[in-house]
Design a protein around this ligand. Structure first.
Ligand code: AMP
Length: 370
Protein backbone atom coordinates (compact mmCIF):
# COMPACT_ATOMS: atom_id res chain seq x y z
CA UNK A 1 0.00 0.00 0.00
CA UNK A 2 1.51 3.33 -1.05
CA UNK A 3 0.00 6.06 1.11
CA UNK A 4 -0.13 9.59 -0.26
CA UNK A 5 0.19 12.29 2.40
CA UNK A 6 -0.73 15.93 1.79
CA UNK A 7 1.82 17.94 3.76
CA UNK A 8 5.38 16.89 4.58
CA UNK A 9 6.20 18.03 8.11
CA UNK A 10 6.97 16.15 11.30
CA UNK A 11 3.48 14.64 11.56
CA UNK A 12 3.95 13.04 8.15
CA UNK A 13 7.39 11.87 9.18
CA UNK A 14 5.95 10.15 12.26
CA UNK A 15 3.12 8.59 10.23
CA UNK A 16 5.73 7.05 7.94
CA UNK A 17 7.80 5.81 10.88
CA UNK A 18 4.68 4.05 12.20
CA UNK A 19 3.77 2.68 8.77
CA UNK A 20 6.99 0.95 7.78
CA UNK A 21 6.36 -2.06 10.07
CA UNK A 22 3.03 -2.47 8.23
CA UNK A 23 4.94 -2.48 4.91
CA UNK A 24 3.39 0.85 3.93
CA UNK A 25 5.21 3.18 1.58
CA UNK A 26 4.79 6.92 1.68
CA UNK A 27 4.67 9.64 -0.94
CA UNK A 28 4.36 13.20 0.38
CA UNK A 29 2.96 16.12 -1.55
CA UNK A 30 4.37 19.39 -0.22
CA UNK A 31 2.73 22.59 -1.48
CA UNK A 32 4.73 24.99 0.73
CA UNK A 33 8.20 24.53 -0.78
CA UNK A 34 9.59 23.72 2.70
CA UNK A 35 9.14 20.00 3.34
CA UNK A 36 10.79 18.65 6.47
CA UNK A 37 9.58 15.03 6.60
CA UNK A 38 13.03 13.81 5.54
CA UNK A 39 11.62 10.35 4.83
CA UNK A 40 9.73 8.59 2.05
CA UNK A 41 9.27 10.04 -1.41
CA UNK A 42 8.73 13.81 -1.12
CA UNK A 43 7.25 15.66 -4.10
CA UNK A 44 7.48 19.44 -3.90
CA UNK A 45 4.61 20.96 -5.84
CA UNK A 46 4.19 24.68 -5.26
CA UNK A 47 2.28 25.32 -8.50
CA UNK A 48 0.02 22.23 -8.72
CA UNK A 49 1.90 20.71 -11.65
CA UNK A 50 2.73 17.36 -10.09
CA UNK A 51 -0.67 16.33 -8.75
CA UNK A 52 -1.31 13.78 -11.50
CA UNK A 53 2.11 12.17 -10.95
CA UNK A 54 1.46 12.04 -7.20
CA UNK A 55 -1.97 10.41 -7.67
CA UNK A 56 -0.49 7.90 -10.09
CA UNK A 57 1.85 6.64 -7.39
CA UNK A 58 -0.51 6.30 -4.43
CA UNK A 59 -3.33 3.92 -3.45
CA UNK A 60 -5.07 6.26 -1.04
CA UNK A 61 -4.56 9.75 0.33
CA UNK A 62 -4.49 11.23 3.82
CA UNK A 63 -3.11 14.49 5.19
CA UNK A 64 -1.08 15.85 8.06
CA UNK A 65 -2.02 19.48 7.49
CA UNK A 66 -5.58 20.82 7.10
CA UNK A 67 -4.91 24.29 5.71
CA UNK A 68 -5.24 23.02 2.16
CA UNK A 69 -7.57 24.31 -0.55
CA UNK A 70 -10.78 22.25 -0.22
CA UNK A 71 -11.03 22.28 -4.03
CA UNK A 72 -7.68 20.46 -4.23
CA UNK A 73 -8.87 17.73 -1.86
CA UNK A 74 -12.18 17.42 -3.75
CA UNK A 75 -10.26 17.05 -6.98
CA UNK A 76 -8.19 14.25 -5.43
CA UNK A 77 -11.35 12.53 -4.12
CA UNK A 78 -12.53 12.14 -7.71
CA UNK A 79 -9.52 9.93 -8.40
CA UNK A 80 -8.43 8.22 -5.16
CA UNK A 81 -9.97 7.53 -1.74
CA UNK A 82 -9.21 10.36 0.72
CA UNK A 83 -9.42 9.78 4.50
CA UNK A 84 -10.61 11.80 6.33
CA UNK A 85 -12.83 13.35 3.65
CA UNK A 86 -12.70 16.87 2.20
CA UNK A 87 -15.79 17.66 4.28
CA UNK A 88 -13.71 17.21 7.47
CA UNK A 89 -11.09 19.61 6.08
CA UNK A 90 -13.71 22.14 5.04
CA UNK A 91 -15.19 22.25 8.54
CA UNK A 92 -11.92 22.12 10.49
CA UNK A 93 -10.15 24.89 8.60
CA UNK A 94 -12.89 27.39 9.43
CA UNK A 95 -13.64 28.28 13.06
CA UNK A 96 -17.15 29.49 12.19
CA UNK A 97 -18.03 26.18 10.50
CA UNK A 98 -16.52 24.29 13.41
CA UNK A 99 -18.54 26.20 16.00
CA UNK A 100 -21.73 25.76 13.92
CA UNK A 101 -21.13 21.99 13.91
CA UNK A 102 -20.53 21.97 17.69
CA UNK A 103 -23.80 23.88 18.14
CA UNK A 104 -25.71 21.50 15.87
CA UNK A 105 -24.45 18.49 17.84
CA UNK A 106 -25.10 20.18 21.23
CA UNK A 107 -21.41 20.20 22.11
CA UNK A 108 -20.97 23.15 24.49
CA UNK A 109 -18.52 25.94 23.53
CA UNK A 110 -17.55 29.31 25.00
CA UNK A 111 -20.16 31.98 24.11
CA UNK A 112 -19.16 33.51 20.77
CA UNK A 113 -20.04 36.02 18.05
CA UNK A 114 -18.91 36.42 14.45
CA UNK A 115 -17.77 39.91 13.45
CA UNK A 116 -16.74 41.63 10.22
CA UNK A 117 -15.53 45.07 11.36
CA UNK A 118 -13.79 46.79 14.26
CA UNK A 119 -17.16 48.28 15.34
CA UNK A 120 -18.79 44.85 15.41
CA UNK A 121 -15.81 43.55 17.37
CA UNK A 122 -16.26 46.30 19.95
CA UNK A 123 -20.00 45.61 20.22
CA UNK A 124 -19.39 41.86 20.64
CA UNK A 125 -16.80 42.48 23.36
CA UNK A 126 -19.33 44.68 25.17
CA UNK A 127 -22.12 42.14 24.79
CA UNK A 128 -20.08 39.09 25.83
CA UNK A 129 -18.23 40.96 28.59
CA UNK A 130 -14.44 41.27 28.61
CA UNK A 131 -12.03 39.63 28.53
CA UNK A 132 -12.71 38.10 25.14
CA UNK A 133 -10.49 36.33 22.62
CA UNK A 134 -10.73 37.38 18.97
CA UNK A 135 -9.52 34.87 16.39
CA UNK A 136 -9.34 34.96 12.62
CA UNK A 137 -11.95 32.56 11.24
CA UNK A 138 -9.43 30.91 8.91
CA UNK A 139 -5.66 30.46 8.73
CA UNK A 140 -4.97 30.65 12.46
CA UNK A 141 -2.92 28.06 14.31
CA UNK A 142 -0.62 27.86 17.37
CA UNK A 143 -2.14 31.06 18.75
CA UNK A 144 -1.43 33.07 15.56
CA UNK A 145 -4.10 35.49 14.29
CA UNK A 146 -5.49 35.99 17.82
CA UNK A 147 -5.78 38.78 20.34
CA UNK A 148 -7.16 39.02 23.86
CA UNK A 149 -9.23 42.16 24.54
CA UNK A 150 -9.37 43.27 28.17
CA UNK A 151 -11.61 46.21 27.26
CA UNK A 152 -14.00 46.85 24.32
CA UNK A 153 -11.97 50.03 23.61
CA UNK A 154 -9.11 47.78 22.42
CA UNK A 155 -11.22 46.63 19.45
CA UNK A 156 -9.72 48.92 16.80
CA UNK A 157 -6.17 47.94 17.73
CA UNK A 158 -7.00 44.18 17.82
CA UNK A 159 -8.81 44.43 14.48
CA UNK A 160 -5.72 46.01 12.90
CA UNK A 161 -3.33 43.52 14.51
CA UNK A 162 -5.23 40.43 13.32
CA UNK A 163 -5.86 41.96 9.87
CA UNK A 164 -8.50 39.48 8.76
CA UNK A 165 -11.95 40.21 7.25
CA UNK A 166 -13.88 37.87 9.57
CA UNK A 167 -13.24 37.08 13.23
CA UNK A 168 -14.79 34.90 15.86
CA UNK A 169 -14.99 36.54 19.28
CA UNK A 170 -15.24 34.26 22.31
CA UNK A 171 -15.70 34.77 26.02
CA UNK A 172 -12.40 34.18 27.74
CA UNK A 173 -12.80 30.92 29.64
CA UNK A 174 -11.47 30.77 33.18
CA UNK A 175 -10.54 27.12 32.78
CA UNK A 176 -9.07 24.75 35.36
CA UNK A 177 -7.08 23.09 32.63
CA UNK A 178 -6.91 22.49 28.91
CA UNK A 179 -7.50 18.92 27.82
CA UNK A 180 -7.80 17.04 24.56
CA UNK A 181 -9.51 13.88 23.47
CA UNK A 182 -8.22 11.86 20.54
CA UNK A 183 -10.36 9.20 18.90
CA UNK A 184 -10.04 6.98 15.86
CA UNK A 185 -12.85 5.80 13.59
CA UNK A 186 -12.38 2.88 11.22
CA UNK A 187 -13.86 2.49 7.77
CA UNK A 188 -16.50 0.19 9.30
CA UNK A 189 -17.56 2.86 11.84
CA UNK A 190 -15.80 1.30 14.84
CA UNK A 191 -14.56 4.01 17.23
CA UNK A 192 -11.81 3.83 19.87
CA UNK A 193 -10.81 6.60 22.31
CA UNK A 194 -7.51 7.48 23.94
CA UNK A 195 -7.40 8.59 27.57
CA UNK A 196 -7.68 12.38 27.71
CA UNK A 197 -4.51 14.43 28.07
CA UNK A 198 -3.91 17.66 29.98
CA UNK A 199 -2.14 20.21 27.79
CA UNK A 200 -0.03 23.13 28.92
CA UNK A 201 0.23 25.91 26.32
CA UNK A 202 2.48 28.95 26.54
CA UNK A 203 1.80 31.80 24.09
CA UNK A 204 -0.65 29.54 22.24
CA UNK A 205 1.96 26.80 21.63
CA UNK A 206 1.71 23.38 23.23
CA UNK A 207 4.60 22.69 25.61
CA UNK A 208 3.53 19.66 27.69
CA UNK A 209 0.87 16.92 27.39
CA UNK A 210 0.30 14.42 30.14
CA UNK A 211 -1.94 11.34 30.12
CA UNK A 212 -3.72 9.57 31.61
CA UNK A 213 -4.85 12.04 34.27
CA UNK A 214 -4.80 10.91 37.91
CA UNK A 215 -7.87 12.95 38.88
CA UNK A 216 -10.13 12.64 35.85
CA UNK A 217 -13.58 11.28 36.69
CA UNK A 218 -14.68 8.42 34.40
CA UNK A 219 -17.85 10.39 33.73
CA UNK A 220 -15.84 13.28 32.26
CA UNK A 221 -13.91 10.98 29.93
CA UNK A 222 -17.27 9.53 28.87
CA UNK A 223 -18.67 13.00 28.21
CA UNK A 224 -15.67 13.81 26.00
CA UNK A 225 -15.97 10.42 24.28
CA UNK A 226 -19.61 11.25 23.54
CA UNK A 227 -18.74 14.65 22.04
CA UNK A 228 -16.05 13.31 19.76
CA UNK A 229 -18.13 10.29 18.74
CA UNK A 230 -20.91 12.64 17.65
CA UNK A 231 -18.40 14.56 15.48
CA UNK A 232 -16.93 11.38 13.99
CA UNK A 233 -20.31 9.92 13.12
CA UNK A 234 -21.71 13.19 11.77
CA UNK A 235 -18.72 13.60 9.42
CA UNK A 236 -18.64 9.86 8.56
CA UNK A 237 -15.03 10.29 9.51
CA UNK A 238 -12.20 7.80 8.95
CA UNK A 239 -8.90 8.21 10.83
CA UNK A 240 -7.72 10.14 13.89
CA UNK A 241 -9.65 13.20 15.08
CA UNK A 242 -8.57 15.51 17.91
CA UNK A 243 -10.88 17.71 19.99
CA UNK A 244 -9.38 20.36 22.29
CA UNK A 245 -11.49 21.32 25.29
CA UNK A 246 -11.44 23.57 28.34
CA UNK A 247 -12.29 21.92 31.65
CA UNK A 248 -14.07 24.44 33.89
CA UNK A 249 -14.28 24.66 37.67
CA UNK A 250 -17.87 23.29 37.68
CA UNK A 251 -16.59 20.17 35.90
CA UNK A 252 -18.06 21.06 32.52
CA UNK A 253 -16.16 20.73 29.25
CA UNK A 254 -16.26 23.43 26.56
CA UNK A 255 -15.04 22.61 23.06
CA UNK A 256 -12.32 24.92 21.76
CA UNK A 257 -11.32 23.51 18.39
CA UNK A 258 -10.73 20.30 16.52
CA UNK A 259 -8.03 19.02 14.19
CA UNK A 260 -8.76 16.40 11.50
CA UNK A 261 -5.45 14.60 11.96
CA UNK A 262 -2.89 13.16 14.31
CA UNK A 263 -2.08 15.81 16.89
CA UNK A 264 0.79 17.09 19.00
CA UNK A 265 -1.22 16.33 22.17
CA UNK A 266 -1.25 12.67 21.08
CA UNK A 267 2.50 12.22 20.66
CA UNK A 268 2.61 10.65 24.13
CA UNK A 269 0.88 7.59 22.60
CA UNK A 270 4.05 6.66 20.66
CA UNK A 271 5.65 5.32 23.84
CA UNK A 272 2.86 5.56 26.40
CA UNK A 273 -0.04 3.74 24.73
CA UNK A 274 -0.40 0.17 23.47
CA UNK A 275 -1.00 1.49 19.93
CA UNK A 276 0.15 4.96 18.87
CA UNK A 277 -2.14 7.53 17.25
CA UNK A 278 0.00 7.26 14.10
CA UNK A 279 -0.37 3.49 13.78
CA UNK A 280 -4.09 3.70 14.54
CA UNK A 281 -4.59 6.38 11.89
CA UNK A 282 -2.89 4.12 9.33
CA UNK A 283 -4.93 1.11 10.45
CA UNK A 284 -8.15 3.12 10.16
CA UNK A 285 -7.56 4.49 6.68
CA UNK A 286 -6.54 1.07 5.35
CA UNK A 287 -9.60 -0.66 6.79
CA UNK A 288 -7.55 -2.69 9.28
CA UNK A 289 -8.65 -3.53 12.85
CA UNK A 290 -7.98 -0.66 15.28
CA UNK A 291 -5.40 -1.18 18.03
CA UNK A 292 -5.75 -0.93 21.80
CA UNK A 293 -5.64 2.71 22.98
CA UNK A 294 -4.92 1.98 26.66
CA UNK A 295 -2.05 3.79 28.37
CA UNK A 296 0.85 1.63 29.51
CA UNK A 297 1.93 4.03 32.23
CA UNK A 298 1.64 7.70 33.19
CA UNK A 299 3.35 9.51 30.29
CA UNK A 300 4.33 13.10 29.57
CA UNK A 301 5.27 14.60 26.22
CA UNK A 302 7.68 17.52 26.41
CA UNK A 303 7.96 19.65 23.27
CA UNK A 304 11.43 20.79 22.21
CA UNK A 305 10.99 24.21 20.65
CA UNK A 306 13.55 26.67 19.24
CA UNK A 307 16.70 25.00 20.55
CA UNK A 308 17.50 21.28 20.86
CA UNK A 309 19.24 21.12 24.23
CA UNK A 310 21.57 18.32 25.28
CA UNK A 311 20.29 15.15 23.57
CA UNK A 312 22.71 12.84 25.40
CA UNK A 313 21.63 14.15 28.78
CA UNK A 314 17.95 13.76 27.81
CA UNK A 315 18.52 10.17 26.70
CA UNK A 316 20.27 9.44 30.00
CA UNK A 317 16.98 10.10 31.87
CA UNK A 318 15.15 6.92 32.83
CA UNK A 319 12.42 5.83 30.41
CA UNK A 320 12.95 8.90 28.20
CA UNK A 321 12.28 8.61 24.47
CA UNK A 322 13.57 11.36 22.21
CA UNK A 323 11.84 11.92 18.86
CA UNK A 324 13.80 14.39 16.74
CA UNK A 325 12.40 15.85 13.52
CA UNK A 326 15.74 16.46 11.79
CA UNK A 327 15.11 20.21 11.46
CA UNK A 328 17.43 23.17 11.95
CA UNK A 329 17.02 25.35 15.05
CA UNK A 330 14.88 28.48 14.76
CA UNK A 331 13.00 30.50 17.38
CA UNK A 332 9.51 29.05 17.97
CA UNK A 333 10.07 26.02 15.70
CA UNK A 334 9.00 22.56 16.87
CA UNK A 335 12.21 20.50 16.61
CA UNK A 336 11.56 17.36 18.65
CA UNK A 337 9.67 15.98 21.61
CA UNK A 338 10.55 13.78 24.53
CA UNK A 339 8.17 11.16 25.89
CA UNK A 340 8.79 10.38 29.54
CA UNK A 341 7.18 7.45 31.35
CA UNK A 342 7.10 6.58 35.05
CA UNK A 343 5.16 4.17 37.24
CA UNK A 344 3.49 7.01 39.22
CA UNK A 345 2.51 10.59 38.43
CA UNK A 346 4.76 11.79 41.24
CA UNK A 347 7.80 10.08 39.74
CA UNK A 348 6.76 11.30 36.29
CA UNK A 349 6.66 14.95 37.38
CA UNK A 350 10.20 14.60 38.73
CA UNK A 351 11.38 13.29 35.38
CA UNK A 352 9.55 16.05 33.54
CA UNK A 353 11.27 18.70 35.65
CA UNK A 354 14.65 17.05 35.08
CA UNK A 355 13.97 17.03 31.34
CA UNK A 356 12.80 20.66 31.28
CA UNK A 357 16.04 21.69 33.02
CA UNK A 358 17.95 20.26 30.03
CA UNK A 359 15.98 22.29 27.48
CA UNK A 360 17.12 25.91 27.18
CA UNK A 361 13.72 27.26 26.06
CA UNK A 362 11.36 25.12 28.16
CA UNK A 363 8.89 26.96 30.41
CA UNK A 364 8.38 25.60 33.93
CA UNK A 365 6.02 22.61 33.78
CA UNK A 366 2.84 23.10 35.78
CA UNK A 367 -0.12 20.73 35.95
CA UNK A 368 -3.54 21.16 37.53
CA UNK A 369 -3.26 18.06 39.74
CA UNK A 370 0.12 18.84 41.35
P1 AMP B 1 -6.62 28.03 19.73
O1 AMP B 1 -5.76 28.39 18.56
O2 AMP B 1 -8.04 28.35 19.55
O3 AMP B 1 -6.38 26.63 20.21
O4 AMP B 1 -6.09 28.95 20.92
C1 AMP B 1 -4.75 28.85 21.41
C2 AMP B 1 -4.73 28.94 22.92
O5 AMP B 1 -5.27 30.19 23.36
C3 AMP B 1 -5.59 27.89 23.62
O6 AMP B 1 -4.90 26.67 23.73
C4 AMP B 1 -5.84 28.56 24.95
O7 AMP B 1 -4.70 28.46 25.79
C5 AMP B 1 -6.03 30.01 24.57
N1 AMP B 1 -7.46 30.28 24.30
C6 AMP B 1 -8.08 30.18 23.12
N2 AMP B 1 -9.40 30.47 23.23
C7 AMP B 1 -9.63 30.76 24.52
C8 AMP B 1 -10.79 31.11 25.27
N3 AMP B 1 -12.00 31.29 24.71
N4 AMP B 1 -10.63 31.31 26.61
C9 AMP B 1 -9.41 31.17 27.21
N5 AMP B 1 -8.29 30.83 26.55
C10 AMP B 1 -8.37 30.62 25.22
Amino acid sequence: MNIGVLGAGQLGRMLALAGYPLANRFTFLDTTGHPSAGIGDVMVDTDRRHLAAFLEKVDLVTYEFEHLPVSLVQEIEEVKPVYPSSEAIRVCQNRAEEKALFDRLSIPTPAYRLVESADELEAAARELGTPVVAKSVTEGYDGKGQAVLRDPAEAAEAWRAIAHPRLIVESFVDFVREVSIIAVRGRDGEVVFYPMAENQHVDGILRYSIAPLPDLADSLQQTADGYIRALLDELDYVGVLTLELFQCADGSLLANEMAPRVHNSGHWTQDGAVTSQFENHLRAIQGLPLGDTAARMPTCMVNVIGREGDSSAILALEDAHLHRYDKSERAGRKLAHVNLLAPTHEALLERVRACAALLPEAPAPSFSFE
